[in-house]
Design a protein around this ligand. Sequence first.
Ligand SMILES: Nc1ncnc2c1ncn2[C@@H]1O[C@H](COP(=O)(O)OP(=O)(O)OP(=O)(O)O)[C@@H](O)[C@H]1O
Length: 443
Amino acid sequence: MAASATPPSADSLCVAVAASGGRDSTALLYATARAAQALGLRVLALHVHHGLLPEADAWVEHLRRQCADWSGQGLPVTLRWCRLDGSPKRGESIEAWARRGRYAALARMACEEEASLVLLAHHRRDQAETFMLQALRGSGMAGLAAMPKQIVRDGVLWARPWLQQPSEAVEVYVHSHGLSFVQDPSNDDLSFARNRLRHHVMPALTAAFAHTEQALCAAARQAQQARECLQALAELDLAKVEEGSALRLPALEMFPVARRVNVLRHWLGQRCGRGPSESLLQRLVQELPGDSPAQWTVGGHVLRRYRGLLRCEPACSASILLNASRQQAISVAEAGCYHLSGWGGSLRVKPVAEAGVALSRLQDCCLRERSGGEQFQRSPHSIPRSLKKQYQAEGVPSWQRGGPLLWHGDALLFVPGLGIDARLWAPPGTPQFALEWVSDTAG
Ligand SMILES: Nc1ncnc2c1ncn2[C@@H]1O[C@H](COP(=O)(O)OP(=O)(O)OP(=O)(O)O)[C@@H](O)[C@H]1O
C-alpha cells in the first residue's frame, strides 16, 4: 500500500470508526487507517465503555495499546473513549439504555473532534439477523428495513461500509493481517434474543437454505424502499386531511383502511416521537369514526376526538392540571407574562382599548379549578349562562375546560378560552388589560 508523502496534520480531514475492540470493528479500524494513510486523512477510533462488565477496562487498555502500536507503524490513528454513567430509565432494558447511551456518546465525541463521518462495522450477517429479529417481533416496514447503509443523525453521517460483506470475509481479513481483538462474553449469553438467533436459528436456516443471509438482506433492502414509498404517500395524504396540528376525521375516513392506517402511523410517529403499536392502530381504525368526544392514550400522549377533529397532545397537560393546587392567590401589577408552573401554563396580560379589565382588579385575584355551577357573561348585551353552555357555544374542546379560572373576590373574572366576564369589563376610555391563558403544552 502506498503511504502518503506527508503525515496528516491536526487539520487533516478526520474519519471516525466506532470501535468496540471486537473482531469486526478492529478489522474496519485497521482497514480505514490504511486507506486514510494513503489519502492523508486522520482516523479517530471512538470507544464507549458502558460500565457494565468487569472486562471493559481491559478493552480500553487493549485499544489504547493497539492504536499506539499502529500509530508507531505510521498509521494515522488515535483513540478517544468515554465511560457512560447513569442507568436505564424505568421500563428500559439495559441493552436499549446501552445502545442509546453509546450512540449519543459516539455522536458527541465525533462532533467535538470535528469528524462528521462515523463508520460502523456491521456486516451482512448482522443485517440478516436484524431483519429476522424484527420479523419475529411482528414489525412493519420500518423495522424490516433493518439497518440503513448510511444515515445522517445528530449532526453525524453514520455509514456501514461492510453491510453487504459476509462475516467470513472479515474473518479472513483479520487472520491475514494478524489482528488481535477482544472477546465480549455477553455474545454467548443466550438470554439475549440476538444470541439465540445467531447460535441456534441461523446455522439451522443456512444449512437448510444456503442463501439465507443474502435473501434476508435482499428482503431488508426491499422493505427500505417500501418504507420510503409509504412515507411519501403518507405526506401526500396528510396534506389533504391536516388542519393545523389536528386531523379532519371525515376527510381521513374517505381513505381506504390501509391508507388511513398509514397516515395515522406517520402522523402519530411525528407527534409522539415513535410509531404507535399495530394493535393501537387497528383499534383506532375501528373506534375513530363517531361524533361524540372521545380520547385514547398513546404512550405519553393523549389522542382526542372533538367536533370532527383529532388532536394529539402530551399527556402531562392533563396531569399537570389535576395535580395543580386547587387555589392560588395572585397579584398582577403590570402587563407581562406570568408563568404559573403548578397550573401548567402562563397568564398573559396586555393592554387593550376595550373589553379589558382594570389593573386594580388584577392585584387581588385567585386562581381556582373549575368546580361546577360557575356562571359567565360573554358580552354586556347577553345574559350570564353556565360555563358548560358558554363552552359549547364557543366550541371550546372538553379537555381545555379544566380551568384554571381567575376570580376577583366572589366574581368570576376570567375563563381560558372564553375571556373576561363582561360584568367586570372596565369602562370604555379607561386603562384596561386583556388576559390570555397559554398552556405549557400549546404549539
Ligand atoms: N462499545 C463500543 N464502542 C464503540 N463502538 C461500538 C461499541 N460497541 C459496538 N460498537 C460499534 O457498533 C458495531 C456493532 O456492534 P455489535 O455490538 O454488533 O458488535 P461487537 O460484537 O461489539 O463488536 P464487533 O462488531 O467489533 O465485532 C460495532 O461493530 C462497532 O462499530
